[in-house]
Every structure is written in C-alpha cells, then in structure tokens.
Design a protein around this ligand. Structure first.
Ligand SMILES: Cc1cc2nc3c(=O)[nH]c(=O)nc-3n(C[C@H](O)[C@H](O)[C@H](O)COP(=O)(O)OP(=O)(O)OC[C@H]3O[C@@H](n4cnc5c(N)ncnc54)[C@H](O)[C@@H]3O)c2cc1C
Length: 341
C-alpha cells in the first residue's frame, strides 16, 4: 500500500477543506469496508484519506419534510434497528441479504452508493473501461458477471451498489457538498456549496477512464440521503445471490408500488447489477399501472424490463435471472412471493 495522509475532521467545514486540498486527489473513508481494499490493491492512489466517521451531524436518522434523513456515517445496522426505517421495506430487504456482520456493522448507505465496480478487470488495474490496445478486455474475455443492459459503449461493468435500486425506487435524494469558487466573495474565495440531487441523476456511464461512475466531482461527497414519506407505498427488493460467500448479487430488482382497490396506481422498478448504472425499467412500470398485480402480470413485467437486453458472450444467463428478480420483487411487495416458491 502506498503512503497517504490521514485526516479525521469533526465538522462539515473542516471535512470540505481537507477534501478540496491536493487538487481534490483525496478519498472519503466511511466504513472503509471497500475503500481499504481499493487502497491495498493500488486501484486508487489518493494523496489524503479523509475519515468522516467523527462528524456528529452526519450520523443517525431523523424525520425531515415528511420523510427520513439518513446521515452518511450511519451504519447499516443502525438503519436496520431504527424505527424510522421500518417502513422502507425494500432497504431493509437489502440489509437482511448481507451475510457479513463486518459489512453491516461498519458499512454505510452512502459508502454503498459510492462504491466502485467489482469488475475484475478494473480491480486488477485495467481501468474502468478495461481497454487494452484499443480492444475491450471484457468483450473478448470472461464477462460472465458483466452488463446485459446499457453495454453498447465502452463501459461494460455493472454498478456495484446494492442499495441504489431500492433508494431510486423510493425517489431518494442525496445531499452533495463541496467547496466551490464563490464569485461574490472575490476571485480566490471558496465557499461551501450544497446541492440536493435526485438519486436518478447521481450515476453515470463513463465514456473514458477518467470519468467516474457517479457525477461526484473531486472533493465532493454525500452527507445525507433523504427518503420521501413511505405512506402507503409497498416496496421490496429481490436479489439473486450465490449460495455462499460475500458475493455481490448477480442481478437484483427493487420496486415501489402504490396499490388501491387491488389495482396498481403507481409503480417504479429499478434493476441492479445488470448495467453500468442502476437501471430504471420505465416501460414495465408504466405498463403495470391500471392492472391487478397477479403472478402472470409480474412475469410479463419482468420480461418487459429485460426486453432490450444485449448480453455479452458469457452472460446471457443473467437475462432470465433479472426477469425473475423483477417478478419476485413485485410479488414480494404484495405479499404473494410465498405462493410461488
Ligand atoms: C470483500 C468485500 C466483500 C463485500 N461484501 C459485501 C456484501 O456482502 N454486501 C454488500 O452490500 N457490500 C459488500 N461489499 C461492498 C461494501 O463493503 C459495502 O457496499 C459498504 O456498504 C460500503 O460502505 P462503507 O461505508 O464501508 O464504504 P467505504 O469503503 O468507506 O467507501 C466506499 C467508496 O465510497 C466512497 N465514499 C464513502 N462514503 C462516501 C460519501 N459519503 N460520499 C462520497 N463518497 C463516499 C469511498 O471513497 C469509497 O470509494 C464488500 C466489499 C468487499 C471488499
């Protein structure tokens, strides 16, 4: 591991200053469950690591604007145990699917949203796009865990976040802060800049290796995640996991449904681990509205969500997995999953 500066700020202002220095070549340390591996393997080489765990205003859950605000330092166990999170069933589904207490005790929701792809080419130093001599190593190599949607460009990894599908289905927003130039304060003045961004616009598919997997700029970070009121919304996440180990899901789907009189009145479906970003299944969700949610309807919605899949040479098996994940998430949200399993 290369050497780096370590900083442990106690306020937001201090953290932003520490992150902005070194030209923004800094990294945020939350639970560290993934960051430490990236550092050890030399995948990233920040000049400074800024440990944000000691900032009290970024910890815990509290009601806000009818919904719930979750601080960037809050661990997955703390979310799981908090009464305010209980109605966000699809998020709890994800936490319950994580079979490593090290991850739930230390990992954070914001850290999960920002984690880098687990693509083995990327983790072994070939860059996010894994190109060599102008050729995609993924397209010609072992691509069994790679993208089946949104993979026509050079990016063929899958988004690593396990919580993004459910948080996006809830229409979550993230609070982003950074130190930015302030024209009103003079040419060299910088001031904290805050932005509330819908999570739907947070992820991006890079076209070159220097672009990230999110819109975060150097020195910028998530301080909070906000979820709207759960009210009568039904939600669920279904992840297709291997039978053992600390593996990432091979495909997942999350949904939020508004149901009235047995008829779907609103729907949002988001798939995970199938594309370089979480994948919103707009057409399938639109089609569901106005229908009763039966097993056949859920199955058709699954097929519609994957209708435009373009599997690579070794991963067409993921198409059926993702279709099934959509079907099962819909049935789970409406308490019907037990009937088909
Ligand atoms: C061996 C291994 C097994 C794993 N197993 C699982 C598993 O079973 N289930 C699972 O869901 N995940 C797993 N993960 C992934 C990861 O540990 C979790 O996603 C965890 O939630 C990440 O949270 P963290 O707080 O530890 O993030 P960190 O490791 O601290 O950070 C992860 C990334 O996000 C950035 N970051 C962190 N916080 C912020 C912020 N607030 N704003 C901007 N950037 C930020 C960091 O700089 C880093 O790039 C595994 C990882 C490894 C290496």
């Amino acid at each position: 591991m290369r050497s780096f500066e370590y900083a442990r700020p106690e306020t937001e202002a201090e953290a932003l200053e520490l992150l902005a220095e070194h030209g923004g070549n800094t990294a945020v340390l939350a639970g560290g469950t993934d960051l430490m591996n990236l550092l050890k393997r030399d995948v990233i080489q920040p000049a400074r690591v800024v440990d944000i765990k000691n900032i009290p205003s970024w910890r815990g859950l509290k009601p806000q604007d009818g919904g719930v605000l979750i601080g960037a330092n809050t661990t997955l166990d703390e979310i799981n145990e908090h009464a305010l999170a209980a109605d966000y069933r699809s998020l709890i589904d994800v936490i319950e699917g994580i079979r490593a207490i090290q991850i739930t005790a230390n990992g954070t929701l914001a850290g999960d949203l920002c984690q880098l792809p687990h693509c083995w080419y990327f983790r072994n130093g070939y860059g996010l796009l894994a190109m060599q001599d102008g050729e995609s190593l993924v397209a010609t190599g072992d691509n069994r865990y790679h993208a089946i949607l949104g993979n026509s460009g050079p990016a063929k990894f899958v988004s690593a976040s396990r919580f993004a599908p459910s948080a996006m289905a809830w229409d979550a927003k993230v609070r982003l802060v950074t130190l930015a130039r302030s024209a009103s304060e003079g040419a060299d003045a910088v001031a904290p800049k805050e932005e509330w961004l819908p999570l739907d616009y947070f992820f991006q598919t890079p076209k070159v290796n220097s672009q990230g997997v999110t819109v975060l700029k150097p020195g910028q970070l998530i301080t909070h995640v906000w979820l709207p009121a759960a009210s009568d919304t039904r939600s669920a996440t279904y992840e297709v996991l291997e039978l053992c180990g600390l593996d990432q899901p091979q495909a997942s789907a999350a949904c939020c449904l508004g149901i009235d009189g047995g008829i779907v009145r609103s729907a949002k479906i988001v798939l995970g681990h199938v594309a370089p970003t979480p994948w919103i299944a707009h057409e399938a969700a639109k089609w569901l509205v106005g229908q009763p949610l039966t097993s056949d309807i859920a199955e058709t919605a699954g097929r519609m969500a994957l209708a435009k899949a373009t599997p690579l040479s070794h991963n067409d098996y993921k198409v059926q997995m993702a279709e099934t994940a959509v079907k099962r998430a819909l049935l789970k949200a409406t308490n019907q999953l037990g009937e088909i399993l």
